[in-house]
Design a protein around this ligand. Structure first.
Ligand code: ADP
Ligand code: MG
Length: 583
């Protein structure tokens, strides 16, 4: 094969493919441009997930008529003049690629009027060719209409997902930009329906409420971390609010939306062992760091970022989230009525908590709240955020009784406490098991009588996949013909448990897409299996031991699944209930 230069048209399409993968990437690039144009209002309208039609209007600075064709030249940008400018970059765009890339794969109409110009200009491109360029009338700012996306690149067109899916991706990106720019009002209308709408009043918690819903936003805990190099401002969720995916962990670095695995890990660190398996916290993180410490020119989409000092960034983010986390641990005080899973109608204090705002529209398009602990989101009030105060400690408890052989009554700290004996015991067992799994490089013991377990074909496949992990943790398990496996040794901490049951449980619960058994998962399973049940009578000394062990836990306030272990009813609250005091 001889080497030939690509004809311009082909080269354009290839380059466009790197920036423009789907309708959501067009929206992202045009949002970048509107934000860079210092707009205070941005409206987006899409039809059929953006496949048929995308229109974005902004009230930003606009482009002078004479410069319209220039904006569509590859590598034409008003934002940098030399590579050194990347070190002081304050705009989102800088590669001068978005407009020519969109123009190469669609029909694009670009209408713009700078405030100081009397008339507007309009330029139209189809498949990269200019088809019209004239003066016209329009309001200040810019409107871009993109149609017939990928009409000339059928492979890309085929690669697109359903209209709903593409619309939800545009919903996500718009919501993310709204969260990153609380001073800009965003409006997204999809097939005539309003999907995202923010006021742009600059108040981040209000934007959060507009995007994630009022109750979630109110429960988020705000904190920051400041060092010479890095500032992190964080909003993160309390224990009782979580999601089944990481789509509500959003990161901005110097105002730029970024995707970076390291940042997700940093946010999740403080929640380890507190949230249930496969549950993820919500977080909105704004990082400010000198541009010289980062590289945003890693990929044409400019959402990937490299940090020169990854470790410093990781620990700064973790610290910010961790601070929030430690200050909001116990359920207590004024906002806290006697919590029950069935709210009692006579309790006026509960009204505010059950009066939830309906899931907002963004969630309807895909950001699902699929927490199995939804009921707790209703029952629990916002956790206390003692900004500036030192973290509240686990109270010194004195047992005063037991209710229904399930809930320990205790007093301490001038309050009455209810402790869920199962949840508390689970937490205690979880932490001790985890510690053992992590530190004692597995004392494994051979079973006198090997256990044989029979699996279904699907489970047998899963078992094969997790065998290396189990071996590493001290299990000795091997295939035993057909769908059977023989267990010959187990870690000593499992000696007392029904090992077949524990293993079956593990297999049933593992995520089939992510078959990696972690210590935390194993500890959670074991703790749940072995913890004392409700309706089980404990002796006084057992109760005392349980309260003492719980108080020694690292995260005593939650069971490993994120449910509360203890509830405080303050003396103040009790006096209010009996109308001894009024407020
Ligand atoms: P980049 O954003 O990397 O500079 P683009 O291809 O996205 O490249 O845009 C090219 C230029 O067109 C920008 O540098 C900017 O000057 C101008 N421009 C694009 N969109 C807008 C807009 N909505 N308002 C004002 N100017 C715009
Ligand atoms: Mg741009």
């Amino acid at each position: 094969m001889s080497i030939k230069l690509l004809v311009r048209d082909t080269a354009e399409k290839i380059a466009a493919g790197e920036v423009i993968e789907r309708p959501a990437s067009i929206v992202k690039e045009l949002l970048d441009n509107a934000v860079d144009a210092r707009a205070s209002r941005i409206a987006i309208e899409i039809i059929r997930g953006g496949k048929d039609y995308i229109k974005i209007s902004d009230n930003g600075v606009g482009i002078p008529f004479a410069e319209l064709p220039v904006a569509f030249l590859r590598h034409a940008t008003s934002k940098i003049t030399s590579i050194d400018d990347l070190e002081t970059l304050s705009t989102l765009g800088f590669r001068g690629e978005a407009l020519p890339s969109i123009a190469a794969v669609s029909k694009i109409r670009f209408l713009s009027k700078p405030r100081e110009q009397l008339t507007a200009g309009e330029i139209v491109f189809q498949g990269g060719q200019e088809t019209s360029y004239e003066e016209t009338g329009a309001r200040d700012g810019t409107t871009v209409i993109v149609e017939e996306i990928f009409y000339n690149t059928p492979v890309r067109l085929k690669f697109l997902k359903s209209d709903n899916h593409e619309a939800s991706l545009i919903g996500d990106i718009t919501a993310e930009y709204a969260l990153g720019n609380p001073h800009i009002s965003f409006l997204l209308i999809s097939d005539g329906k309003t999907i995202v709408q923010t006021s742009g009043n600059g108040k981040l918690r209000e934007t959060l409420a507009e995007i994630w819903g009022k109750n979630t936003a109110a429960a988020l805990i705000e904190n920051d971390f400041v060092s010479d190099l890095i500032t992190v401002d964080s909003f993160s969720s309390p224990f009782h609010i979580s999601r089944g995916n990481r789509r509500q962990q959003i990161f901005f670095v110097n105002g730029r939306l970024v995707k970076n695995q390291l940042l997700h890990s940093a946010v999740e660190e403080p929640y380890r062992g507190v949230l249930a398996y496969k549950k993820h916290p919500l977080a909105l993180i704004n990082i400010t760091i000198p541009a010289t410490e980062t590289d945003v020119n890693v990929h044409p989409s400019k959402t990937l970022i490299k940090f020169h000092d990854e470790r410093a960034v990781f620990s700064a983010v973790r610290s910010a989230v961790n601070n929030s986390f430690k200050t909001a641990n116990i359920i207590s005080e004024q906002q806290q009525p006697l919590v029950s899973q069935e709210p009692q109608p006579t309790q006026h204090t509960i009204t505010a908590l059950t009066n939830r705002t309906p899931l907002n529209q963004v969630r309807e398009t895909g950001i699902q709240n699929n927490s199995p602990y939804e009921q707790f989101e209703i029952a629990l009030p916002y956790l206390r955020n003692n900004e500036g105060k030192s973290p509240s400690l686990f109270p010194l408890l004195k047992q005063i009784g037991v209710y229904k052989n399930s809930y320990i009554l205790a007093e301490g700290n001038a309050s009455l406490y209810l402790v869920d004996q199962h949840a508390a015991h689970e937490r205690v067992l979880y932490e001790s098991t985890l510690a053992k799994l992590q530190t004692q490089t597995m004392y494994s013991q051979q079973l006198l009588e090997p256990v044989i377990i029979e699996l279904t074909p699907k489970s047998a496949v899963l078992m094969e996949t997790i065998l290396p992990d189990l071996t590493e943790m001290g299990f000795e398990i091997s295939p035993f013909g057909g769908l059977s496996f023989i267990v010959q040794s187990i870690p000593t901490i499992f000696l007392k448990s029904d090992i077949a049951q524990v293993l079956l449980d593990i297999i049933n619960d593992i995520d089939q897409n992510k078959v990696k058994i972690k210590h935390g998962f194993l500890a959670e399973k074991l703790a749940c299996k072995s913890a004392v049940k409700l309706n089980h009578q404990l002796h006084n000394n057992e109760i005392n031991k349980l309260l003492e062990d719980l108080s020694a836990c690292e995260e005593p306030f939650r069971c490993p699944h994120g449910r509360p272990t203890i509830i405080e009813i303050s003396d103040n609250q009790i006096q209010k209930w009996f109308k001894r005091i009024l407020s």
